[in-house]
Design a protein around this ligand. Structure first.
Ligand code: AMP
Ligand code: MN
Ligand code: MN
Length: 323
């Protein structure tokens, strides 16, 4: 869908707007949602970011919790939304237990950058060339002529930086860097932001890492690496699953490894799978086979089985698709 004044009209006359980030939130979905929150407040909208999940601890500095309410809080308000915006969610499963909110209002704006997006919105602002949803929202705010202040710029920078691995993944384009440059020109403290995002890990996360690295297995002549995060490891190290972002990079970054698989035990028989590819292999194809999705080099899905079975099922699938 092309962006034009049509978007101005989309927001016109709508007072109550719900923003829905995806479950197990990351920097893109939260940064993008916060940026939208500030921007829509400037248009004098009543804005509600609704999420029941814990945020990763490295996003604390965004003060997102003060802007997020749970479904329970929202229900108490008895508000009828005029527009629902989903952010960074390729399908409605990514809304988890909040998917029912879509029944409150058919006016759904789906803002996303996954090539696997199912275009479930009434309005679909989906661009798989965008490195992050933050990029799409930056352009939307420009079209809406909303001034990007320091708060908005900080949130958008978080979105761009986290989804591009600090601007090093292949999804980073000249436009991504131009937008980042513009955000820096807004006076954001990008050195502080980077310290908060990447140099501030809870000690327990580092301790967990040591257990996770012990689970490392290499397959297919060292081309595929598998690591696990079990419930026991989380309990032992007193760390929440929301703080396991980035761990897969240790498996991906091994010399000779093309594909990394991280299996996280979300609960009994519910395994959240993260897939990463270093070169040409499209891991979103594998994720899709299990009802998930994502991008060519970063995708995910959920397998309802034990960790061991999930691993074997995945290895068999990779075996069939691996060259
Ligand atoms: P993650 O491994 O959770 O960091 O996710 C990597 C990429 O795959 C992100 O872009 C996610 O939005 C996407 N993704 C992860 N899990 C799923 C899923 N179950 N369904 C669709 N997309 C997913
Ligand atoms: Mn995301
Ligand atoms: Mn994203």
């Amino acid at each position: 869908m092309k962006m034009n004044n049509y978007y101005l009209e989309l927001f016109e006359g709508r007072k109550n707007i719900i923003i829905l980030p995806h479950i197990l939130p990351d920097g893109d979905t939260i940064g993008s949602s916060i940026a939208l929150f500030y921007a829509l407040k400037k248009l004098e909208k009543r804005v509600y970011i609704i999420l029941n999940d814990k945020l990763p601890s490295n996003l604390k500095f965004l003060n997102a919790n003060s802007k997020i309410i749970t479904t329970e809080d929202f229900e108490k308000l008895s508000i009828k939304p005029d527009l629902i915006i989903t952010v960074d969610s390729s399908d409605t499963d990514r809304l988890g237990d909040r998917a029912y909110l879509l029944d409150l209002c058919s006016e759904v704006l789906n803002i996303d950058h996954h090539s696997t997006n199912t275009n479930y919105g009434k309005y679909n602002l989906v661009n798989s060339k965008a490195a992050a949803c933050g990029e799409i929202i930056y352009e939307l705010l420009k079209k809406l002529k909303i001034y990007i202040d320091k708060n908005i710029a900080t949130a958008l920078y978080v979105a761009l930086s986290t989804d591009t691995g600090s601007f090093k993944y292949s999804n980073t384009t000249p436009l991504t860097l131009r937008i980042a440059a513009d955000l820096i020109e807004k006076g954001i403290d990008f050195s502080f932001i980077n310290t908060e995002l990447y140099q501030n890990k809870p000690i327990n996360k580092i301790k967990l890492l040591s257990d996770v690295l012990n689970s490392l297995e290499l397959h297919f002549d060292g081309k595929l690496a598998v690591i696990y995060v079990t419930n026991d490891m989380l309990k032992k190290n007193k760390i929440d699953i929301s703080d396991t972002d980035g761990i897969i990079e240790y498996a991906r970054d091994i010399e000779g490894v093309n594909i990394a698989v991280l299996l996280k035990e979300f609960s009994d028989n519910t395994i959240k799978v993260s897939l990463r590819s270093k070169y040409d292999f499209d891991v979103s194809i594998i994720a899709k086979k299990f009802g998930g999705g994502g991008h060519k080099k970063a995708a995910g899905c959920t397998i309802y089985d034990t960790i061991d079975n999930a691993k074997n099922i995945l290895l068999n699938t990779f075996r069939e698709n691996f060259r």
